[in-house]
Design a protein around this ligand. Structure first.
Ligand code: ATP
Ligand code: MG
Ligand code: FE
Length: 337
């Protein structure tokens, strides 16, 4: 079955065609980064308007590059939660219109479930390696999730304040780097000395929750005192190392606590090179099967939504066309679903 996936929860308009939940035939992402850069962050109204303008061209490109027509599409999968309400509504309205016009089933997908399934697109053997521990590190979320199968998730820990991606973005802003901060800070850090400044590793030795807001404050205080004496590359490298150290330590602790031997790291921050290197080294030490998808599957894209939607349909069937769009919605609670 060919699934048409749609993702418009934030500032990427994306449409993908995925076969049987595992073969990506196309995955077109139109980023609005340039539009929002002048504001230093995402302006919701601007995002919604551009989703409306970009949706049909992006969908046509996704169909063409997958050599697929709308007639070949067997299922529509769309992100309906969580995200910017106006942005989500563009994708959801388009998806409902397509489902009605084509008389095809539709499924509503949780955005973080999409991020989880990016790991299954990257490595099909994960289905046989469950249960696993997933570290979801994105612009708005930082969570450790225990996963036993589709829809069977338990929350192991989460950030108490900022998300890891937010820590990257806010740090970048303090360093005067352009939006989007994460990739720019990481690029600057490549030439720097990560041991130059010892920034705080929030909650590193306690539990499975995260805290990144103290790090951001420490950077602000440092910059005020330093008055330009230290090289920006050293500061960026030290800041990045503080975030990465915490993420590696927490995933390691979660694996030790649960006894799981399979793990994945997903979400935009999983595109970070240092994080990839450090996680791979940790996986070797612990004897784990670790999956970190390629960067294009880490940041927001519709292929991951199509993959999650395929499994939702196989497990729970189609959703009624009347499903809602939600700005906030938890993926998992501390109890297994
Ligand atoms: P959420 O998924 O929580 O709703 P989102 O969809 O906006 O948030 P993603 O697209 O998953 O977030 O990820 C974007 C985040 O990833 C941003 O905070 C960005 O700075 C960060 N990011 C992307 N690439 C890198 C990188 N190479 N290094 C560090 N951070 C990165
Ligand atoms: Mg984005
Ligand atoms: Fe995301």
């Amino acid at each position: 079955m060919r699934v048409l996936g749609i993702e418009t929860s934030c500032d990427e308009t994306s449409v993908a065609i995925v076969e049987e939940g595992e073969r990506v035939l196309s995955n077109i992402v139109a980023s609005q980064v340039d539009l929002h850069a002048r504001y230093g962050g995402i302006v919701p109204e601007v995002a919604s308007r551009h989703h409306v303008e970009r949706f049909i061209p992006v969908m046509c490109e996704a169909l063409a590059s997958a050599k697929t027509t709308l007639d070949d599409v067997g299922l529509i999968a769309v992100t309906n939660r969580p995200g910017l309400l106006g942005a989500l509504l563009v994708g959801v309205s388009a998806a409902k219109a397509l489902a009605m016009a084509l008389r095809r089933p539709i499924v509503a997908v949780h955005h973080l479930e999409g991020h989880l399934y990016s790991a299954f697109l990257a490595d099909n053997t994960l289905y046989e390696r469950l249960p696993l521990v997933a570290l979801i590190v994105s612009g708005g979320h930082t969570q450790l999730v225990w996963m036993e199968g589709y829809g069977r998730y338990a929350l192991l820990g989460a950030t108490r304040d900022d998300a890891a991606g937010e820590a990257f973005d806010k740090g970048a802003r303090l360093l005067g780097l352009p939006y989007p901060g994460g990739p720019n800070l990481s690029k600057l850090a490549e030439g720097g000395d990560p041991s130059r400044i010892s920034f705080p590793r929030g909650m590193i030795s306690e539990g499975l929750d995260f805290s990144f807001s103290g790090l951001k404050t420490a950077l602000r205080t440092f910059l005020e005192k330093d008055q330009g004496a230290t090289s920006l590359a050293d500061i960026a490298a030290s800041y990045e190392a503080a975030i990465v150290d915490v993420l590696v330590a927490k995933l390691r602790r979660a694996l030790q606590a649960t006894g799981a031997k399979t793990a994945c790291v997903v979400g935009g921050v999983a595109a970070n090179r240092l994080l990839q290197r450090r996680m791979r080294a940790m996986a070797v030490e612990e004897g784990l099967h670790l999956v970190m998808p390629e960067p294009t599957l880490c940041t927001d894209n519709a292929a991951m939504i199509a993959a999650a939607g395929y499994w939702r349909y196989r497990t729970c069937g189609a959703d009624a066309l009347s499903f809602d769009t939600l700005a906030t919605a938890p993926l998992a609670t501390f109890q297994l679903a």
